[in-house]
Design a protein around this ligand. Structure first.
Ligand code: AOF
Ligand code: ZN
Length: 352
């Protein structure tokens, strides 16, 4: 199963928003075929492993990190009949596929065909690898990671607005690598106006789709997110879009509803999901982070902490808003990782 997981990771990020899946066929203590789901819309892990094994697949045990699929309302043929036809002797899955048309049905169909099939090997690790896919199926929206770089006293800039740089080059490169693994990156218009970021992966891998929240469509055509390669989507609530789109370079301008707190974030996530975004990195600033957190739309936090104290009551922190009244109203997080990155600290945590 460990090998299946390693193969599955080869699909990152091109297979998204599909799950990352690897398959190992073992016979007589020997690996006779390996496969992985390499890109969205492409063949699944199992048919690739079966093709590589050829006749040797007969009598082999298949290890897959996700339950094999069995339905036909999809882009590629289902894997269960392929495993049956190939004469596989047994199937061991890491975890169930949460897709409502699968979720246990794949294993049942295999057993019906006389092939013993189980799930629950390295289950936690298998679910963790595909957490974004589970979120997409269960919540119907992309998986959202909030990333912030702050001082030890939680500030993301000085009171005068200086934020270059809080964390070390090592920490910033780690952030760029994270961008390359995700489908899209989102910032607010204030960040564009203040920092004029490119929002690319800086050569660390594939550039994500760039997304700007810009209620009144104030983005200047000269902004670097609209130039310097890559695709960009600007979400706005502004009504009169006529004549404004083309001036904004290669960007697509989409109108969404407005709520009391700003643009309707659920509508934004829905639109991004339709564009094939399975994972979204929210990179600031304070207002955008606060809106996502208060709307309960954050799944995971990456907080880079620099061993510095900035101070100043007017210096922004990455989570502001109304704040909790009681301690029990605070947003509770589950730590998953604490690691040193150069001179800084990376804290990763999950929200419910
Ligand atoms: C598997 N093996 O390698 C993957 C599975 O549209 P399609 O044909 O690519 O199917 C996508 C669905 O297939 C996806 O929602 C998930 O339920 C399952 N993914 N299943 O047996 C694989 N990638
Ligand atoms: Zn499949």
């Amino acid at each position: 199963m460990r090998r299946a997981l390693a193969l599955a990771r080869r699909g990152r990020p091109a297979a998204s928003p599909n799950p990352f899946v690897g398959c190992v066929l073992v016979k007589g203590g020997r690996v006779v075929g390996e496969g992985w789901h390499a890109r969205f819309g492409g063949p699944h892990a199992e048919p690739m492993a079966l093709a590589r094994a050829g006749k040797a697949a007969r009598g082999a045990t298949a290890y897959v990190n996700l339950e094999p699929c069995c339905h036909t309302k999809k882009k590629t043929p289902p894997c269960v009949p392929a495993l049956v036809r190939a004469g596989v002797r047994r199937v061991v899955a890491g975890c169930l596929d949460p897709h409502p048309l699968v979720s246990g049905r794949g294993l049942r169909a295999l057993r019906k065909a006389g092939i013993p099939a189980t799930a629950g090997v390295l289950e936690e690790e298998c679910e963790r690898l595909n957490r974004p896919f589970f979120t997409l199926i269960r919540k119907g929206r992309p998986y959202v990671i909030l990333k912030a770089a702050a001082s030890l006293d939680g500030r993301i800039a000085t009171a005068c607005g200086d934020a270059k740089w809080i964390t070390s080059p090592e920490a910033r490169s780690e952030g760029h690598r994270l961008r390359a693994r995700l489908d899209a990156i989102l910032v607010g218009i204030e960040t564009v106006l203040k920092d004029d970021p490119k929002l690319t992966a800086h050569g660390e891998g594939r550039d994500p789709l760039r997304v700007v929240l810009d209620t009144r469509l104030r983005i200047p055509p000269s902004a670097r997110v609209l130039r310097d390669g890559g695709r960009t989507v600007v979400f706005t609530a502004r009504e009169d879009l006529r004549g404004r789109g083309p001036r904004r370079g290669a960007a697509v301008v989409r109108r969404v509803r407005r709520t009391k707190a700003g643009l309707d974030l659920r509508e934004v996530l829905g639109a991004l999901g339709e564009m094939g975004v399975g994972t979204l990195l929210v990179e600031g600033g304070a207002r955008v982070h606060t809106s996502f957190l208060e709307a309960g739309l954050v799944d995971e936090i990456w907080l880079f902490l620099a061993p510095k104290l900035i101070g100043g009551a007017a210096a922004p922190t990455f989570f502001e808003g109304r704040g909790a009244r009681r301690m029990r109203d605070a947003i509770a997080l589950g730590l998953t990782e604490v690691r040193r990155v150069g001179p800084d600290l990376l804290i990763r945590a999950l929200l419910d």
